[in-house]
Design a protein around this ligand. Structure first.
Ligand SMILES: Nc1ncnc2c1ncn2[C@@H]1O[C@H](COP(=O)(O)OP(=O)(O)OP(=O)(O)O)[C@@H](O)[C@H]1O
Length: 650
């Protein structure tokens, strides 16, 4: 395969292009028009006016007239000509200072947030020092040092004194962004820091960076005016600031020549307004939600999934053995997963059910090496095709994750970056794993959308233009992008309404059968799992208490917890009836549980027996395993026959 490089990461604003920004926002158009006019007049100064801005060739103190639109100065210079030439340096100072300060502020702010650690703290301290230094005195001292360096020394001084505010704002925004699901997801899918910063984070910060740029430009123009006004700037150059200085020095107001002050003063105010308008306009463009706020989200058309034969389970594809995991908390360890062993076969749909807090998510996170601090894997193995995921180095893990296995988590629609089109986000996962050919990326993205039942034209949409169900389908498409062998889905449809939930589940099942992938599906909803799964494992207080083919669990659940869990949900068919919950509460996972974890709530408990020893897991029929003394050979041998029968049929 010949691979060609794809378009490098770029700011979304740049991707829009200046013309589209202007077409879309009247405010940006107005701001750009004002600045454009100022730039044009500055460039054409010598064409518009033939006078020399520095030399006093006219009578002093002339009033505005057709010959001198804004009158003349005390030295006989034409004020309109000075305004035109002054715009050149004023605009240069504004834009150049803003560019330098914004580059410094953005780089330092984002780097300190993303990388953190001591370097991040050092940058933060430096930023704070610059923030507490009083602005104008700092400018005055720095300018005094660099006096005589011309306009560029003023630009450098303003940039060096103006970057800190931007760095502070961008740091705090980047810190928030760093924890957002779509950034975390980019880390998980294997994207490097440069790519995450430029592609995932900076586009989301574009509005703030633009705001920072224009406010720094305004700060630069005002600072130059202030420095010139007090005589520290280079007063031999014509800028709007030095015009104010000379107007004040020659006491123009006492001479009634108010236009000498008003012309540069109003020009500075107009420039500030233009910067603010551009700022608003760019915010509209960089925030797609604001851009499309009036448009209704289109509803997804469902596509029926053709049924194919399920692959017969063979040897385990994914095998978890004696996994112990939990959380290190100040109050001690929470053991949320206790000695769990589970197998998933190729093409199999394994359902994992249990009450909230029983450790399902911790198991999923621990087994896929996603359990972050304070989570800890205490011991055990999680082998995917023979390779122990828990023993891989970070780089090895990066290679395997998403290519060999992928995940879809609760409310994972939040992993979609709001300012990137869906297409680019589907591409990202593939690009991070070396797929770079644009044609192949596009073809695969279309194929994936067909697979999960979304029209291909939605590839060009932004996440907010999609319904919750469609977003979840996009996330599932991303999880399938590299054709992993297994996908772990932790309540992927919880946030959706029941109808959409069911459609997506049917779609997932169809995809699984077509591609022959395995799925571990986690939910509270046992009745849903019975419908969807090949096999179901029931967790309680960190342990798997029963595991069986879905049909045999439905017709003959063995563990008292499973039978209670079954009756807690409405039946799949038949008349509606009142459901009872399971009385009592699960035990604290911070404590040791020497016996059966369900002991306290079990209607068939045998004190002195169930609470003192762990029941062995026994296979009561092919593939149906249960950890309960009601079915253990020890109890069966020691209990009278009638009592055993009564207990077992509970
Ligand atoms: N960060 C944490 N620190 C300490 N304890 C935690 C942490 N996260 C989860 N736990 C505890 O671990 C146990 C298992 O939680 P887990 O989220 O794995 O359960 P779950 O079955 O997936 O629940 P749910 O269905 O509500 O998502 C719970 O008792 C929970 O309180």
């Amino acid at each position: 395969m010949t691979s060609v490089s794809v378009t490098p990461p770029r700011l979304r604003l740049l991707a829009f292009g200046p013309w589209r920004i202007l077409r879309r926002s009247p405010r940006a158009t107005a701001g750009a028009a004002i600045i454009g006019l100022m730039v044009l007049l500055a460039l054409l100064a010598s064409v518009v006016s033939h006078a020399d801005p520095n030399t006093g060739t006219f009578d002093p103190w002339l009033n505005p007239s057709a010959t001198h639109l804004l009158g003349t100065t005390a030295l006989g210079q034409d004020i309109f000509t000075q305004l035109l030439y002054g715009a050149r340096l004023t605009l240069l100072i504004g834009f150049a200072s803003a560019l330098i300060a914004t580059t410094i502020g953005t780089s330092l702010g984002v780097a300190s947030a993303y990388f953190g650690g001591r370097g991040g703290e050092a940058i933060n301290t430096l930023t704070n020092v610059f923030l507490v230094l009083p602005g104008l005195p700092l400018l005055i001292v720095a300018s005094a040092f660099l006096r005589g360096g011309g306009v560029w020394s003023i630009i450098v001084v303003i940039a060096l004194t103006g970057w800190a505010w931007g760095a502070r704002v961008l740091r705090s925004q980047a810190l928030t962004l760093r924890t957002r699901d779509f950034v975390q997801a980019a880390v998980v899918t294997g994207e490097g820091p440069g790519r995450i910063i430029f592609r995932e984070m900076l586009p989301n910060l574009a509005g703030i960076i633009a705001a920072n740029f224009f406010s720094t430009a305004l700060f630069a123009v005002l600072s130059e005016a202030a420095l010139s006004f007090i005589g520290i700037g280079d007063v031999s150059q014509v800028t709007w600031g030095t015009m104010l200085y000379w107007a004040q020095a020659k006491q123009s107001l006492l001479h009634g020549a108010w236009w000498w002050v008003m012309a540069p003063g109003l020009s500075i105010a107009l420039l500030g307004t233009a910067f603010a308008l551009l700022n608003f306009g760019i915010d509209e463009i960089s925030n797609p939600r604001a851009r499309h706020s009036g448009k209704a989200t289109r509803v997804l058309r469902r596509r029926a999934a053709p049924r194919v034969t399920v692959q017969q389970p063979g040897d385990a594809l994914f095998s978890v053995r004696h996994l112990n995991a939990g959380y290190a908390t100040p109050g001690g360890s929470v053991r949320a997963v206790r000695g769990v062993s589970l197998d998933v076969h190729p093409g199999e749909f394994l359902g994992l059910a249990g009450e909230s807090g029983c450790g399902k998510s911790t198991l999923a996170f621990a087994a896929t090496r996603l359990l972050d601090a304070p989570g800890v894997v205490f011991s055990g193995e999680a082998r995917l095709a023979g390779q122990d995921l828990l023993a891989l180095s970070s780089e090895e893990l990066r290679q395997v994750r998403w290519r060999e296995y992928s995940m879809v988590f609760q409310a994972s629609m939040n992993i979609l970056n709001p300012v990137l089109r869906v297409r680019e986000q589907v591409f990202d996962a593939m690009q991070a794993h070396g797929v770079t050919d644009p044609e192949r990326l596009e073809a695969r993205a279309r194929e994936l959308f067909n697979l999960v039942g979304i029209r291909e034209d939605y590839l060009s949409a932004y996440p907010h233009q999609l319904s919750g169900g469609m977003k979840q389908r996009v996330v599932i498409a991303i999880a399938l992008a590299l054709e992993p062998k297994i996908v772990v889905m932790d309540e992927p449809t919880t946030a959706l309404d029941v109808v959409v939930q069911r459609q997506i589940l049917q779609e997932i099942d169809g995809v699984r059968k077509r591609l022959g992938i395995s799925i571990i599906f986690i939910t509270h909803d046992l009745s849903l799992l019975i419908e969807m799964s090949d096999r179901i494992a029931i967790m309680y207080a960190g342990e798997v208490v029963e595991e069986a083919p879905a049909s045999s669990l439905y017709t003959g659940a063995k563990h008292p917890y499973t039978t209670r869990l079954m009756t807690a949900f409405p039946p799949l068919s038949g008349p509606r009836e009142r459901r009872d919950g399971i009385p009592g509460r699960p035990p604290s996972l911070a404590q040791d549980l020497p016996g059966c974890p369900f002991f306290e709530r079990c209607p068939s408990r045998m004190p002195g027996h169930c609470d003192t020893r762990k029941p062995a897991t026994v296979e009561v029929s092919p593939g149906h395993k249960v950890a309960c003394f009601l079915h253990s050979p020890v109890v069966q041998a020691t209990q009278p026959q009638e009592e055993r029968h009564a207990l077992a049929s509970d």
